[in-house]
Each structure stands twice: as structure tokens, then as C-alpha cells.
Design a binder for this molecule. Sequence first.
Ligand code: NAP
Length: 268
Amino acid sequence: MKIGIFANDTPQTEQIKNQLEQKLIDRHITIDNTDPEIVITIGGDGTLLSAFHHYQEQLETIRFLGVHTGHLGFYTDWRADELDDLVISLQSDNGQAVSYPLLDISVTYHDENQARHYLALNEATLKRIGMTMGADVYIGGELFERFRGDGLCVSTPTGSTAYNKSLGGAVIHPSLDVIQLTEIGSLNNLVYRTISSPMIVPANDWITIVPNQASDFFMTVDQENIYGKQIEQIMFKVSKRKIRFAKYRHTEFWRRVQAAFIGDLNEN
Ligand code: NAP
């Protein structure tokens, strides 16, 4: 069993990382950050997002596991005071995993012949710097609407509780192989019309966004911002690849949602 450790750079995390490393060494478990079988992240959901992109070419051979330093996250299950239990679970590992859908993004640029591919764990957005964004939206290859507004967001089920939720999107159970399209500040008047509702698209369908001719669009993929090239079109679909988590114990998805957004009902 080879374990990689991926931590954010706060002093609290550094301390937990050192403790974990020592516990792994004491139990003769190999630490290998280059070719790990399990990657343990220490931090928050943002740290797991970074680890996902760091190891994104090795998703088929890696399972992830998150230790949180603050609150129970959507990608993090273990508390920092549970490291002993965590190491015992690693020692009795039998390959158990739970997998979640990812978003496949394929972008073509006006000055390039070949599409570029990206993979998102949470979401991708398309926006325009400083001006209203105009774009045609196609579903399954058919023109669906002419969008005008601040931008568009396409998210995964596990990303549905992140930016998507702030945009009024639905919270989606990660057992569903779907992606969700949400609007960012759409214009709706006698001239411009959009659906104005989040739309959930199944795995056999796809969304294409064709922005109007302009060079100041930018795209985000999870934490990354991609600027500076003239986008011809972006195609979004449910990826054939998945992220896998080591499933030593399972926090039910709706319990996470409740804990993150509603909290203790007996407090008031
Ligand atoms: P950040 O701006 O430092 O933090 C974003 C917040 O979102 C953090 O509290 C993070 O949790 C939380 N988060 C990340 N993934 C989540 C998920 N799947 N479900 C629920 N909450 C989640 O940025 P970051 O930590 O680098 O994360 C990038 C993400 O920020 C993007 O993927 C996007 O979803 C989100 N974002 C949200 C908005 C918005 O809501 N208006 C705007 C831009 C970006 P932790 O504290 O546990 O890390």
C-alpha cells in the first residue's frame, strides 16, 4: 500500500501532516507522492480539488481520502483526531471504493485545429470580462436558446453544492450520472429570453456553448482560470472517467448537505 499526502500550507495542517507521516512510518506503510494508491488530503474541499487536478492523469489507479481541518466537507470525511483509526483502516484495506461523476470539457479555439480537453470535479464556467456575455446554447446538438447575461455554469453532482448552489441550482445526489447547467445573471426582457431554470442533462446528452465573436471570454475549471484565447465552442458532457474515494466508512450525502447548510435544528 503506497500512500501520498497532499496538504494545504496552513501551520495547523503542517502539524497534522507530520503526525500522519509518523503514524504511517511506525506501521511500515510506504509514503509515495509520485505513484500512490491512496492520496490523503489534509485541509478542506478546496485542498481535495487541488489534489484531484494534481493527480488527474492517475485517476484510474488512485483512490482519494480527505482529512478535514475545519468542518465536515463534501470531499473530506475524517477528523484530524481520528488519524489512528484512519491508519488502522488503511492496514485492513481491501480496495473498497465509491466513485463520483466528473465533467468532460472540450474546447475549440479559433486559431487551433485541435480541441483541448479539461476535466472538472466541481464545475466549469464561461464568463466575459466587463461586458455582457452572448452565447448560443445547444443541447444534444440542437440550438436551445440565445443566452445573454453574466455567464453560464456547468457542474457535476458533487459540485452541485458549490458554485452551482449559489446560482440557485439543484443539489444533486452523486449517484446520478448527470451534469447541470445554471445561468449567471441572465438578461430576460422583450428582446432576450432564456429558460431561467437550472437544467439537468443525462449522460447520453451534451451541452455546447458557442460564444459570440469576442476575445475577452474566460473559462474557469474548478479553481483554475483560463484566459486569453478566442473560444470557438465548448462542449460539456458527463466524463467516462470517475473520481474514486476509499470507502472505509460512509457519510450519507444528505447528511453532509444537512450539516453544511442547515446545521443543528435544536440550537434555537
Ligand atoms: P474558495 O473561493 O477559497 O472557496 C470556495 C468555498 O467552496 C470553500 O468554502 C470550499 O470549502 C467550498 N467548496 C469547494 N467545493 C465544494 C463542494 N463541492 N461543495 C460545497 N462546498 C465546496 O475556492 P476553492 O477552495 O479553491 O474552491 C473552488 C470552488 O469555489 C469552485 O470550484 C467553485 O465551486 C467555488 N466558487 C464558489 C463561488 C460562489 O459560491 N459564488 C464563486 C466562485 C467559486 P472548504 O472551505 O472546505 O475548502
